[in-house]
Design a protein around this ligand. Sequence first.
Ligand SMILES: Cc1cc2nc3c(=O)[nH]c(=O)nc-3n(C[C@H](O)[C@H](O)[C@H](O)COP(=O)(O)OP(=O)(O)OC[C@H]3O[C@@H](n4cnc5c(N)ncnc54)[C@H](O)[C@@H]3O)c2cc1C
Length: 313
Amino acid sequence: MLDCAIIGGGPAGLTAGLYATRGGLKRVSLFEMGMPGGQITQSSEIENYPGFFEEGKTGMDMMNTWQEQCFHFGLKHEMKKVDNITKTGEYFTIVLENGTKVEALTVIVCTGSVPKRAGFNGEDEFFGKGVSTCATCDGFFYKGKPVTVLGGGDTALEEALYLSNICSDVYVVHRRETFRAAPPTMERVLKKENIHLVTDSVIEEAYGGMMGLDGVKIKNTKTNEITDMPNTGLFVFVGLNVRNEVLKDEKDEFICKTNASGQVIVDLSMRTSVAGLYAAGDLRIEAPKQVVSAAGDGSIAALQVLSYIQEMD
Ligand SMILES: Cc1cc2nc3c(=O)[nH]c(=O)nc-3n(C[C@H](O)[C@H](O)[C@H](O)COP(=O)(O)OP(=O)(O)OC[C@H]3O[C@@H](n4cnc5c(N)ncnc54)[C@H](O)[C@@H]3O)c2cc1C
């Protein structure tokens, strides 16, 4: 029986593991289907994690040191995908992909959420090298320069507003004539002189070379006209896949409360609606989707686990 099972080995899961083991728990396992590190390992540059600021260092460089630190304090990594979690009485059963069952007193779910891809040419090739899904992370790299935003919902326009304070011009490309964003957001966008709405249009191609993205080609779907936008960063906001599958039972229903988008509802202590089950990082409601906040969540969840187990004794 594990004291704590942590599912997902990104910043939230690793930090939860560090706090749980250093807090005295002996049997803590991190179930991560790949190498620990999480999504940030796809980033070619990270500038906003305090204390980690060195030119040329990647997200992978940063996360390698996290792994070492966690394993040093006794966290065990099992390179396994988790299929689902159930609670019977006081204990959780974690079912792994190969059918193996593991029991645990507590579970911290840190499986993250993945921005959807739009599917244009060059999107995968330049992802993390000029094509971004995070204005807070990468907007500053385009200080005083023009950027292109793809999407027509609330997130796209909120992020366009954020970028408009840093970048010279923000071109918001949307395939329809009208935007889906809430009216107050739309009003704020329309007041910004450096936000330009490019409707009935799609990204035809993102192009570049070894050094990353050089520009994008925008296609008007009514006229088929192609506009070349050189020297731009491209921010894509076309939806989110919350990785919440492990929290679904055999009837495809969630074992804890989630919102309409499938994000896990937690309180300020990262407690879900099920006692002993915690959620931390990008899969929880209102997550800022930053390494620093995912790590913070992980620490909070682990501290809660320590108190929960103490109360069980
Ligand atoms: C290209 C890129 C650049 C970024 N740049 C920045 C930046 O500059 N600054 C910043 O603060 N943030 C940045 N971010 C965002 C940051 O990476 C995330 O906010 C952060 O990684 C979230 O951490 P997490 O632990 O919640 O989830 P994740 O990092 O998504 O980790 C979740 C982990 O769970 C694993 N997992 C999922 N399902 C299962 C399962 N069923 N079984 C086992 N394992 C599972 C996954 O393999 C993954 O490793 C960037 C993201 C990307 C993609």
